[in-house]
Write a protein that binds this ligand. Structure first.
Ligand code: FAD
Ligand code: MG
Length: 353
């Protein structure tokens, strides 16, 4: 009787050990995802990364966040910058007025297609041929000087100068032939309205290929991407900055992985003169900072470039036309008016915390 009980106990213990081993194999050996973070600058703005990685020590050693920055810097230097002479956009700008035009590199071709599509659908509210006018306002330039604030170096350009710069703008004046683009004389492209969204697309594509990455939230200035999931399975929280209360959020979005959020506002890059706020989002209709009665536009989309393009376009269009455009393009929008009221597409409500 005794030996039977002992055998039984041994069997039970061996059985439990086997179950424990199986449970361990299924779950225990899968290491908990580890958080990797990084902060850096590119495209004149701050890049903040939070990435969860699992299982591959090499990835951590090779500094995943550095390789993400390499992707963004390469995009800026080789493709988007209008300051670096060798970039594709600079080459296009240098070709303005020439009969030969400029070749569009493969990675830029799809981007320009989408940008021109938004320009047409927004009636020109987004117009990346506005480079000359943007340079005239010099709202961004103070960052590159020793001035302590934009107001110290800001001067309102003459109406004549604005009118004259406007003559060199107009997306509809650009022609495309095969893989070539032809800009009229003196026109300059400025992809500042879409650059950060494009960077988010690039980073998302890069991280998706890394098996070790289980989730990420990356912010490139006013554009943010979510990817995969958090280790605890909860949704990503993306805060929307309060346009008038420094350091506060006006709303929070709860998102799964695979979303892109871009915000355009009049509160980060602006200068004040005689009590008037001059910001960096220009109405291509008159060449002056857009006065559409809105102070912040947030767009939620499955495409980074689209979220950024629409945030700028909807800012210029104002509440009603802006909401209609976002809906037309299959995106969600949250617009804050200058009176502090919030307006949003129906779909956006589902994502607000
Ligand atoms: P968004 O609303 O997304 O875009 C506004 C920007 O788009 C404006 O600054 C202007 O450039 C352009 N724009 C304005 N109105 C329109 C319109 N109606 N249609 C189309 N475009 C419009 N900043 C620096 O201070 N120093 C730098 O060295 C620098 N380098 C950069 C390099 C790259 C490749 C990029 C993409 C940006 C860089 N920037 C730099 C930032 C840039 O100058 C803009 O300030 C920034 O892109 C604005 O982004 P946003 O999300 O705040 O606003
Ligand atoms: Mg934008």
């Amino acid at each position: 009787m005794k030996s039977f009980t002992l055998k039984n106990s041994i069997r039970k213990i061996t059985g439990s050990a086997a179950i424990l081993l199986i449970v361990f194999l299924l779950t225990g050996c899968r290491e908990k995802a580890e958080k990797v973070t990084g902060t850096d600058t590119a495209m004149g703005t701050m890049i903040q990364q939070t990435i969860y990685v699992q299982g591959n020590v090499n990835v951590k050693e090779r500094k995943l966040t550095d390789s993400v920055m390499d992707e963004i810097w390469r995009l800026e230097e080789e493709t988007l910058s209008w300051r670096i002479d060798s970039s594709a956009v600079s080459q296009i700008n240098q070709s303005a007025g020439s009969e030969e035009g400029a070749e569009i590199p493969e990675d830029l071709a799809g981007i320009l297609d989408q940008v021109w599509d938004v320009s047409r659908k927004s009636g020109g509210a987004l117009d990346v041929t506005i480079g000359d006018v943007v340079r005239l306002w010099k709202i961004d330039d103070w960052v590159n000087t020793s001035a302590s604030s934009p107001d110290a170096v800001f001067t309102i350009p003459d109406t004549d100068e604005v009118m004259s710069a406007l003559k060199h703008t107009g997306y509809e004046k650009v022609t495309f032939q095969g893989n070539k683009i032809f800009l009229p004389e003196m026109m300059t492209l400025d992809l500042g309205a879409v650059g950060k969204g494009i960077a988010c697309d690039r980073v998302a594509a890069y991280l998706e290929k890394r098996e070790e990455v289980t989730g990420a939230v990356i912010s490139v200035g006013g554009s943010i991407l979510t990817l995969g999931s958090k280790p605890d399975g909860s949704l990503w929280n993306v805060g929307i900055v309060h346009p008038r209360k420094n350091g506060e959020y006006i709303a929070t979005l709860e998102l799964e992985g695979g979303w892109f959020v871009s915000t355009s506002g009049d509160y980060e890059r602006f200068a004040e003169a005689d009590g008037v706020r001059y910001h960096h989002i220009i109405d291509p209709g008159d060449g002056y900072p857009a006065g559409s009665g809105v102070v912040s536009v947030t767009i939620l989309s499955r495409d980074g470039m689209m979220s950024d393009a629409l945030s700028t376009a909807c800012f210029v269009l104002g509440v009603d036309k802006g909401l209609a455009l976002a809906e037309d393009m299959g995106a969600e929008a949250l617009i804050i008016s200058s009176t502090g009221d919030s307006y949003m597409t129906e779909g956006m409500k589902c994502f607000l915390k």
